[in-house]
Ligand binder design. Structure first.
Ligand code: NAD
Length: 540
């Protein structure tokens, strides 16, 4: 039975026994450990360090073992994993009020957050790869707890005012399940008369990670797995609009890591995220790598710091449909891809480029599967006034809103079955050219597939981010792939197939087009280092 402080009203004899044994062990170890301890002590057996505040890592192991033994004796089974889960269940609960309090990786100043992460990274160097992988598994486990998944997905949508809770569940689950772990860090070896040389992936140190409003928790989950798998610690700079849910996610992960014996503060942040704090983080000498997941401004900023930087920037993904495509399927895929999380993902379909021959049929198919066709120029004008700001970009208050909401704002009431606002527009229209991140989907007509490809390349604006094409003509699919040069190119599927939903491959929420790492994972967050043994260890 889960030992959860919310649900357990009175303790059983077995639990009493556990509680008294735990306090006995902790009491013994504390009174026995009177001599002063250094910050960390290298050891071959357990992560090479001892925590000064909460008892040593080996205490945790002892406690877990005792709990497992007692439960096993009282239940007549050997539920070691249940005991570990029960122990961690008690300790990782974080209330909404606690989420923004100091502790568990949340610091008052950026300097403290970086210093704590730097110490954690030093301690982390002495953890084994097995331990590292167990921490990664722990991050997956804590996020995949149904209650946690539900809570952070609700909070993410509510606090940012963007996106759909149901789709955030899918995205958070995806990040927890399909972000690669330590298995990504493959070693290269070469041997010969000169001996043996290994090339291994090694940590950068402390990474500064700047996260967006559009995927706040997804990015923290995904980057924590990838960056920790590569041996780094991470200092987060979340978007201020996603403050509470970002801090909560960081705390939940840190508490889970603590139950697994990981160094404290492997991921940290500040209590009040702000542009000033982001700037302080970027300039801090102990930050060895910067990763910006956001718009063009922040990507350019990290690339100008002189530090190693990964830029995962904006996109404006076009979807081309030619006359050889399965039009009915293309219609469904485009509506589903474009409306996923109300069009927030940077990979989501942002404009259709359709050849004349099939454009009307495509529109008609789309209106049968969730698209509302706006034909009245007066309504288009009202939508422009609603969603475009004075600088010509998307109005923040409309980003990530549903089609139902946006239509309602211009006086049109539709049912929940409407997911996308479809508008036949000329190439130069602002809805075509700008990355709106809301389910307004312009369709541009072109005479043939070659012109469709040329215009798709133009409207992608050189972001090298994502593009889709629906076609059964392999030559034209190949031509578009070669010319558009995007990091993700999805053929005959919805955009999200490109991040592992219904398509093969791992996932990421940090897609680095500008700096070329592509779909980032542990390898992208690691340095290659060569280790050479001269004239030995060659057995050929
Ligand atoms: P944003 O650029 O407004 O903010 C991103 C982050 O950068 C936030 O944490 C913000 O606080 C910080 N930031 C922005 N300007 C800053 C400055 N001048 N100084 C210091 N910090 C600054 O983006 P957003 O609205 O949160 O997210 C949407 C954008 O991110 C879209 O353009 C989208 O395409 C892009 N995005 C890209 C990816 C990817 O993997 N390529 C993933 C998600 C989002």
């Amino acid at each position: 039975a889960p030992v959860n402080n919310k649900t357990v009203a009175k303790s059983t004899p077995a639990e009493d026994q556990v509680a008294s044994l735990v306090s006995q062990i902790l009491g013994e170890s504390k009174s026995g450990g009177a001599k002063a301890k250094p910050d960390y002590v290298p050891s071959p057996t357990k992560c090479g360090w001892e925590r000064a505040d909460k008892g040593s890592a080996s205490d945790d192991a002892m406690v877990s073992d005792v709990i497992a033994k007692v439960l096993s004796e009282s239940m007549g089974k050997a539920p070691a994993s249940t005991a570990k889960a029960a122990a961690s269940c008690v300790s990782i609960a974080v209330s909404d009020a606690e989420a923004t309090e100091l502790g568990d990786g949340v610091f008052a100043t950026m300097d403290e957050a970086v210093e704590a992460a730097a110490l954690a990274q030093k301690q982390y160097l002495f953890c084994s790869m097995e331990e590292r992988q167990s921490f990664i598994d722990g991050i997956r486990d804590v996020i995949l707890e149904p209650e946690t998944l539900d809570r952070i997905s609700h909070m993410g949508a509510e606090q940012t005012g963007m996106g759909k809770y149901e789709h955030k569940i899918i995205k958070n689950r995806l990040a927890a399940e399909k972000t690669p772990g330590t298995e990504d860090l493959t070693t290269e070896a070469c041997s010969g008369d000169g001996g043996l040389t290994l090339v291994e992936y090694s940590a950068y140190g402390v990474i500064g990670s700047i996260t967006p409003t559009t995927n706040p928790t997804e990015t923290i989950i995904c980057n924590s797995i990838g960056m920790l798998a590569a041996g780094n610690s991470v200092v987060y700079s979340p978007h201020p609009r996603a403050r509470v849910v970002s801090l909560l996610t960081i705390k939940l992960i840190n508490r889970k890591l603590a139950t697994l014996g990981a160094p404290a503060n492997l991921i940290t942040t500040v209590q009040e995220p702000s542009i000033d704090n982001t700037n302080a983080m970027m300039q801090h000498p102990k930050i060895r790598m910067l990763v910006a997941t956001g718009g063009p401004g922040i990507v350019k900023t990290v690339m100008s710091t002189g530090k190693k930087a990964i830029g995962a920037g904006a996109g404006n993904p076009p979807v081309v449909v030619d006359e050889t495509a399965d039009i009915e399927k293309a219609a469904v895929d485009i509506v589903n891809g474009c409306s996923f999380d109300n069009n927030l993902p940077c990979i989501a379909e942002k404009e259709i480029v359709a050849v004349n021959q099939i454009a009307d049929y495509l529109i008609s198919c789309m209106t049968k599967c969730g698209a509302y066709l706006v034909e009245d120029p007066a309504v288009v004008k009202k939508l422009e006034a609603l969603v475009i700001n004075e600088k010509g970009g998307p109005q923040t208050s409309c980003v990530g809103k549903s089609a139902v909401y946006l239509l309602d704002k211009v006086g049109i009431k539709v049912g929940d079955d409407i997911k996308v606002i479809l508008i036949d527009l000329p190439k130069e229209h602002v809805f075509v050219q700008e990355e709106l991140m809301m389910p307004i989907l312009p369709l541009v007509r072109v005479p043939d597939v070659d012109e469709a490809i040329d215009f798709a390349v133009e409207v992608e604006h050189g972001n090298r981010h994502t593009a889709m094409m629906h076609s059964t003509n392999v030559r034209k699919l190949t031509k578009m792939a070669k010319l558009i040069q995007t990091t993700i190119f999805v053929k005959n599927g919805p955009s999200y197939a490109g991040i592992g939903v219904g398509g093969e491959g791992y996932t990421t929420f940090t897609i680095a087009g500008p700096t070329g790492e592509g779909l980032t994972g542990p390898k992208a967050f690691a340095r290659k280092r060569r280790c050479v043994m001269v004239e030995s260890l060659n057995v050929r």
